[in-house]
Design a protein around this ligand. Structure first.
Ligand code: AMP
Ligand code: GLY
Length: 430
């Protein structure tokens, strides 16, 4: 089989790395890929923006690609799956209509509230004054979210003061700091608890949960500083017990998949529920229409089974035939970022020590923003590498991951030193 992976981040490297281990696969194409993906596949420099979908489908036809797997949300919400499917090309991911669950917070809030899927109480507004009146009537703490996914995970403001929430509405809707993603806002109740990511595969009917995980969104230790794409992750997330996982599937995942089907938007792909585990049980903070990044970098190394048959079964509507086998070991991923990230940063810094890090057993270094220039591995983005380690439990995996991190250097490199701290606390080790 020939498989094409769309995207260029750590998540896509993890997908390509796992797919490359499949005995069914003899060739991988990565569009556009990165320096790490170039080691498991052939990188193809084609655009993955909407105006390039037809060219990408032409390429898939010409090369006889049997399966395309899409990593990031942008091509999904723009309808890459619709374009490929219409041309009879197999592609893993939701259609544009189904991807609304991530692309519009007002859609997903309405959907959840109407169907009794546990989430924060909230209202969507297309008029900033109405949003502000509502905020004043509710008081703080309160959460303001830009509607669209183009805000790229930075569109949510957790506000401890009314004034702050009002400013968030103005920034999103009047100043349009996220562009069109700010045509509407959702204002919602502040939830307290511990977060967890719950990701499933689905063919639109059957759901197959992946192991649980948790990422670290803030830039600095102690969950301080600005939000990022994710500075690290661990799996399993001890906050999600087996009983809790069953509750999440019964009360959240299955009603969501059923609801989308009933609304004529059958969902096929990876469905990611970002949850807050509150005293009243799990509640949805957001849905994503894809695998998590960096959650995938801790989930896939724990997967013992071949991923490819599961992806194909989703597309072919026979996921009920598939079982996944998982390793008992825990996984921890530490993201190494460029100096200045998530703000401005420079590119082109020489990276050293990746091979030495991977000499440690059960360590994989996933590339995100990397490139090769004049024969040298250099930084090429904000999040540069994700160092994943597997070990018998979370504390050991943390130690192993940081041992590997210590072997890697580039100018300005920064990373969090407390990845997994919530898991350690829950396990009574902090
Ligand atoms: P979102 O973009 O909806 O995933 O939100 C980003 C982050 O904001 C989440 O990971 C939470 O840490 C926080 N957050 C979002 N919604 C809420 C809420 N209703 N209550 C408390 N924190 C929230
Ligand atoms: N790690 C958060 C996300 O993938 O959205």
């Amino acid at each position: 089989m020939k498989v094409m992976v769309v995207g260029s981040g750590g998540r896509e490297h993890a997908l390509a790395w796992k797919i490359a281990q499949s005995p069914l696969v003899d060739r991988i194409y990565c569009v556009p890929g990165n320096a790490g993906m170039a080691k498991v596949g052939v990188c193809v420099d084609l655009p993955i923006t909407p105006d390039g979908f037809d060219r990408l489908a032409d390429f898939a036809e010409k090369e006889g690609i049997d399966l395309t797997v899409v990593g990031p949300e942008a091509p999904l919400v723009a309808g890459i799956v619709d374009v490929f499917s219409e041309r009879g090309l197999k592609i893993f991911g939701p259609t544009k209509a189904a991807a609304q669950i991530e692309d519009s917070k007002s859609f997903s809030k309405r959907f959840m509230l109407q169907r009794g899927i546990p989430t924060a109480e909230g209202v969507s507004f297309s008029d900033p004054d109405e949003a502000i009146d509502y905020i004043k009537s509710k008081g703080a703490p309160i959460v303001v979210k830009a509607d669209g996914s183009a805000a790229a995970g930075k569109g949510s403001f957790v506000c401890m003061e009314v004034e702050e929430a009002i400013n968030a509405v103005k920034a999103i809707m009047v100043d349009r700091i996220f562009g069109e993603a700010g045509r509407k806002v959702v204002v919602e109740e502040y939830l307290e608890g511990e977060e967890a990511s719950f990701i499933v595969l689905t063919d639109g009917e059957t759901v197959l949960p992946l192991v649980t995980s948790q990422d670290h969104k803030r830039a600095y230790d102690g969950d301080k500083g600005p939000n990022t794409g994710g500075m690290g992750a661990y799996s399993p997330a001890p906050v999600v017990t087996d009983r809790m996982a069953r509750e999440i599937i019964e009360r959240i995942i299955l009603p969501t998949v059923k609801g989308l089907r009933e609304e004529g938007r059958p969902y096929v792909g990876a469905l990611y529920a970002g949850l807050m585990i509150t005293d009243e049980g799990p509640k949805v903070l957001e849905f994503n229409c894809r695998f998590g990044d960096p959650e995938t970098q801790v989930i896939l190394p724990r997967l013992e089974s071949d991923l490819v048959p599961a992806l194909l079964a989703c597309i072919e509507g026979r996921l009920s035939e598939v079982k996944l086998k998982w390793r008992d070991e825990a996984a921890v991923c530490v993201v190494l970022a460029s100096g200045g990230y998530p703000g401005r940063y420079e590119k082109g810094k020489v990276i050293e020590g990746v091979e030495e890090a991977e000499e440690i057993e059960n360590v994989v270094v996933f590339h995100a923003g990397t490139a090769v220039k004049e024969g040298k591995l250099v930084t090429n983005g904000g999040r540069v590498l994700g160092v994943t380690a597997l070990d018998r439990d979370i504390p050991s995996a943390i130690r192993r991951a940081y041992r590997a991190v210590e072997r890697i250097r580039f100018e300005g490199m920064h990373y969090r030193r407390d990845i997994g701290h919530r898991a350690l606390r829950r396990l009574g080790l902090l």
